[in-house]
Design a protein around this ligand. Structure first.
Ligand SMILES: NC(=O)c1ccc[n+]([C@@H]2O[C@H](COP(=O)([O-])OP(=O)(O)OC[C@H]3O[C@@H](n4cnc5c(N)ncnc54)[C@H](O)[C@@H]3O)[C@@H](O)[C@H]2O)c1
Length: 234
């Protein structure tokens, strides 16, 4: 049995970059993939590429900063495929770089908040709502070293990625009682969710283009419960 067979995954930002790499990897291992993206052209390109490779994919034009758009699209996926097993939130923007906080505009700060942090919250809220019905789900939020250590001259990006880390840690603990997670890759280490709230499982997804491969904390298993994964170091 392929690893993601009978699993339905939503990948936001799946039309490009890391999200596209993750979408392709999950689909290549038997998963049904719903790609959410705001870039219509790239979205159509990605989905047509995936279909040529024989993957089961569907495209959804979604701005993850919009509550109504996120709610509607997640509902549509649920209706079409019957459930949601996996949600990877890869949509994000960098915003201004090389910009002192004294020059950083409130408009830029609000925009990066809306997409990177509010979007992570919305995607998680509505994916978890769908997953609770089956008491099963895997949610991966992508943060950044910028959120952990703070990148200079990127006030918006650093703040919002730190927010994503706080978000995933907090909600991980909300669902922490839902049981242990076991590695699929032969590594038999067990993590008691109640103890850490998050899971520390390595997997590698190749990003297209020149970004090279990145490793993610992400474990898919057949154990019930909703689990959260946090990727900090890319
Ligand atoms: N690439 C890196 O080295 C790196 C490092 C650390 C963290 N990250 C994070 O990983 C994630 C993916 O990065 P990437 O380099 O693949 O980015 P990317 O720009 O290649 O792809 C991001 C995708 O998200 C989409 N998107 C942007 N705003 C959106 C919105 N409001 N709604 C829906 N889709 C939207 C874009 O259209 C694009 O397809 C981001 O959250 C980024 O901050 C990336």
């Amino acid at each position: 049995m392929k690893r993601f067979e009978n699993q339905v995954a939503i990948i936001s930002g799946g039309a490009d970059g890391l999200g596209k790499g993750i979408a392709g990897r999950i689909a290549s291992e038997g998963g049904t993939v719903a790609v959410f993206d705001i870039n219509e052209k790239l979205l159509q390109q990605a989905v047509s590429e995936f279909r040529k490779r024989g993957f089961t994919v569907e495209s959804y034009f979604v701005d993850i900063s919009s509550e109504s758009a996120v709610q509607k699209a997640i509902h549509e996926v649920e209706k079409k495929f019957g459930k949601i097993d996996i949600m990877v939130n890869s949509a994000g923007i960098v915003g201004p770089t090389s910009t002192k906080i004294t020059d950083y505009t409130v408009e830029d700060y609000d925009r990066i908040y809306a997409i990177n942090l509010r979007g992570s919250f919305l995607m998680t809220k509505y994916a978890a709502t769908a997953m609770e019905k089956n008491n099963y789900g895997r949610i991966l939020l992508i943060a950044s070293i910028a959120g952990k250590e703070g990148n200079p001259f990127m006030a918006g990006y650093s703040s919002m990625k730190a927010g994503v880390i706080g978000l995933v840690k907090g909600i991980g603990k909300e669902y922490a009682e839902t049981g242990p997670c076991r590695h699929q890759d032969g590594d038999e280490r067990k993590h008691r969710a109640g103890a850490i709230g998050l899971h520390d499982c390595q997997d590698t997804y190749e990003a297209p283009g020149d970004r090279g491969g990145s490793s993610f904390h992400f474990c898919v298993d057949r154990i019930e419960g909703i689990k959260f994964y946090n990727r900090v170091y890319i």
